[in-house]
Ligand binder design. Structure first.
Ligand code: ADP
Ligand code: MG
Length: 252
């Protein structure tokens, strides 16, 4: 079984508009791939399609995760199969505390009849929160409810740490973070790098990739990956913008 997140010729639309137009990308376990691209190129669409957002319709292509057909799975099944998405715009869930939310998510991963060990759960959660410099009072607050932009992004990373996914997609986790918070979040991600895990780090800016150094950088433009390179590609994009890549595509 191939240990990889494999996206082939993916076409997806929302409200009848095709946004992903034949996107092909493979993230093997153990690697960190970055996706960069101008606003509106389809980065968040890709992350939502992978997570199984119901507004998005896949018309063509395949996505497999360690050989399993991801597109056949419901949202919760994708999560339990090991996929995680940190949202660009995290949702607020009034009335559900952070601790209860995380506990329920972890409980849902256990076999029927097995109960989560509450002591171990709190111990783990506090340790992860400490590593993210998150105040413990956030355990008792409703998920993201009234959190600042940066607090929401940190909370997404806390979820990722607790859920321990096989593949993690981070959609512009850097936006809304000041430089100190960005470093803390990046350190957290770097600690989670492992041969057992793949990362898809989506970002508009090169800055994040100074701290989370990717193995591979892809450029997404108009619903397709139009260029792939090493980490130096991110620097080149920062310096020259996206125009030179799109001009390479234009017929002479
Ligand atoms: P990115 O994350 O790269 O900035 P998105 O994936 O959010 O881009 O959006 C890609 C394109 O899809 C944009 O042009 C956006 O306007 C369009 N889009 C997103 N949602 C909808 C929708 N519900 N209806 C029509 N177009 C949409
Ligand atoms: Mg986006």
């Amino acid at each position: 079984m191939s240990q990889t997140l494999n996206i082939q010729n993916l076409h997806a639309s929302v409200d009848g508009n095709e946004i992903l137009k034949g996107l092909t990308l493979e993230v093997p376990k153990g690697e960190v791939h970055a996706i960069m691209g101008p606003n509106g190129s389809g980065k968040s669409t890709l992350s939502k399609v992978l997570a199984g957002h119901e507004d998005y319709e896949v018309s063509e292509g395949t996505v497999t995760m360690d050989g399993v057909d991801l597109l056949e799975l419901e949202i919760d099944e994708r999560s339990r199969a090991g996929l995680f998405l940190a949202f660009q715009y995290p949702h607020e869930i009034p009335g559900v505390t952070n601790a209860n939310f995380l506990r329920a998510a972890l409980q849902a991963r256990l076999p029927k009849g097995e109960e989560i060990d509450a002591v171990a759960f709190y111990k783990d959660m506090y340790a992860q929160m400490d590593s993210l410099s998150m105040d413990r009072k956030f355990t008792g607050r409703a998920v993201n409810d009234g959190f600042s932009g940066g607090e929401k992004k940190r909370n997404e990373i806390l979820q990722m740490m607790m859920l321990d996914p096989s593949y993690a997609i981070l959609d512009e986790t850097d936006s809304g973070l000041d430089i100190d918070a960005l470093k803390i979040v990046a350190e957290g991600v770097n600690r989670m790098r492992s041969p057992e895990r793949g990362f898809l780090v989506i970002t508009h800016y090169q800055r994040l990739l100074d701290y989370i150094v990717p193995d591979v950088v892809h450029v997404l433009f108009d619903g397709q990956i139009i260029k792939t390179g090493g980490k130096e590609l991110a620097l080149e994009l920062e310096e020259k913008g996206y125009d030179w890549v799109t001009q390479e595509l234009a017929p002479a």
